[in-house]
Design a protein around this ligand. Structure first.
Ligand SMILES: NC(=O)c1ccc[n+]([C@@H]2O[C@H](COP(=O)([O-])OP(=O)(O)OC[C@H]3O[C@@H](n4cnc5c(N)ncnc54)[C@H](O)[C@@H]3O)[C@@H](O)[C@H]2O)c1
Length: 420
């Protein structure tokens, strides 16, 4: 039997690695994306995703993959996987506009026998309450004419050890037959498939994972503030606690949480609990409060460190090192660096940044000057703040013993370094 034809909707950080892995495994793949820039770039051999090189895109194209802005390509697929963004709306609740638009595109080209999978992170109930009703407007019935499943994406940008292929993939379908179909499909692409009881359990899996991270990051972030006042080195305590072979997973403090997942996904869960049960999800809301306050805390620590060298923060030159949301990744989405810079500017600091992965950086209210080299960033600042531990900053040959440094990642050593 021929391998199934796959269509991926949304060719970003999640969709493109799926295309890559599926083409490697011999599947015939097409992509649909609403962005002309993304489609033209990919068809021209250019990747816009950190973990995927231009050579990898060329390898995908060589298998017959092409991207299109026309949803008509969906008609030729046996399996359609939706990987579109699920951001927050202005009220910090779920914004499912892209999921609805993608669902409508599938509906308009739906063919009996297709398997449709939603991978976008969302609250439990979305597949059944949002996706399926739109698909059934076609007149086809889910479970009878077509199959529908949810499979959370667990991709970790920049992680070379755990990739799409060797990270177990969870699937849950609308009916047992839908689940089985999804299990069979993903078994062609990844090493291990884990079957959830149903759609909602698969949807919750992703939110549970990210809420767990969000809450534990908040725990160490709050603790770091107390430890600073108590004169205890939290980083050292975490290092020691992490030697326990069971019952403890280490999390480290930082300037806040960033990226498309951790700051956003728990909102999807707490919004669901609040709107359906009328109750606050207290752990999530407390974690949000603590993590959201970290950029201001970083700015206050910067103020204290400048005070220690008899400088006022007003007019001082503060250089930010690494402004993306994650080390060695160029993605700036939801990066706490934005709020750190805003807080510093509000206090009157003259803020600049260095980041080997970012060419220019605009805040809603200001443009922050880019300093081209690390040496200039250090020499030209009264204080530098390490926000992201890009590998360039970890060069053991670097001496951090002149300009005061606030290291929010606990990775630098030197006489001028203070840790968060
Ligand atoms: N980035 C991650 O590390 C990560 C990890 C796990 C899960 N997720 C989840 O995966 C989903 C996708 O995230 P991403 O990081 O890949 O986003 P992305 O912004 O990198 O890519 C999404 C792509 O979808 C396209 N798109 C938007 N609306 C569309 C539509 N209606 N039809 C077709 N294409 C459309 C966009 O043009 C874009 O190219 C989100 O729900 C996210 O929460 C992301």
């Amino acid at each position: 039997m021929d391998s199934p034809r796959l269509a991926v909707i949304g060719l970003g950080y999640v969709g493109l690695p799926l295309v890559q892995e599926a083409t490697r495994r011999g599947l015939r793949v097409t992509g649909f994306d609403v962005s002309n820039a993304v489609v033209d770039g990919l068809n021209g051999g250019h990747s816009h995703v950190d973990d995927i090189s231009d050579e990898s895109v060329a390898a995908m194209l060589a298998t017959g993959f092409s991207a299109s802005t026309s949803p008509a390509v969906l008609r030729d697929a046996d399996v359609v996987v939706i990987c579109v963004p699920t951001p927050l709306a202005d009220d910090r609740g779920p914004d499912l506009e892209a999921v609805r638009a993608a669902a409508a595109a599938v509906r308009d080209h739906l063919v009996p026998g297709q398997l449709v999978v939603l991978e976008s992170t969302t609250y439990p109930g979305t597949t059944e309450e949002v996706l399926i009703p739109i698909l059934e407007e076609s007149g086809l019935e889910v479970g009878r004419d077509i199959n529908v499943a949810f499979s959370p994406e667990r991709i970790d940008p920049g992680n070379d050890t755990y990739t799409l292929r060797n990270t177990p993939k969870v699937v849950g379908g609308f009916t047992p037959a839908c689940t089985q179909r999804a299990e069979e499909f993903y078994s062609l692409v990844v090493d291990t498939v884990v079957v959830a009881k149903g759609l909602k359990e698969a949807e919750l899996t992703k939110l549970l994972e990210n809420t767990y991270r969000h809450v534990n990051i908040a725990l160490v972030n709050e603790l770091s503030q107390f430890c600073h006042l108590l004169g205890i080195d939290l980083w050292d305590a975490i290092r020691c606690a992490a030697t326990k072979p069971f019952g403890f997973a280490p999390f480290t403090p930082g300037p806040g949480v960033g990226g498309h997942c951790i700051p956003i996904d728990p909102n999807y869960l707490s919004h669901r609990v609040r709107t359906h049960l009328g109750q606050p999800f207290r752990f999530v809301e407390l974690a949000q409060e603590v993590n959201a306050a970290m950029p201001d805390y970083v700015a206050r620590r910067a103020q204290d460190l400048l005070n220690d060298v008899s400088r006022s923060i007003r007019g001082s030159r503060v250089g930010l090192l690494g402004i993306t949301y994650k080390a060695n990744i160029s993605d700036q989405r939801e990066s706490p660096a934005r709020d750190v810079a805003t807080a510093l500017i509000r206090l009157g600091a003259d803020v600049s940044f260095h980041d080997p992965l970012v060419a220019d950086w605009k805040l809603p209210s200001a443009e922050v000057r880019r300093v081209p080299t690390l040496a200039e960033a250090i020499a030209g600042s009264d204080l530098v703040i390490l926000l992201q531990a890009h590998s360039e900053y970890l060069d053991p040959a670097l001496a951090w013993d002149t300009t005061p440094v606030l290291d929010t990642r606990g990775v630098l050593r030197g006489s001028a370094v203070a840790h968060l």
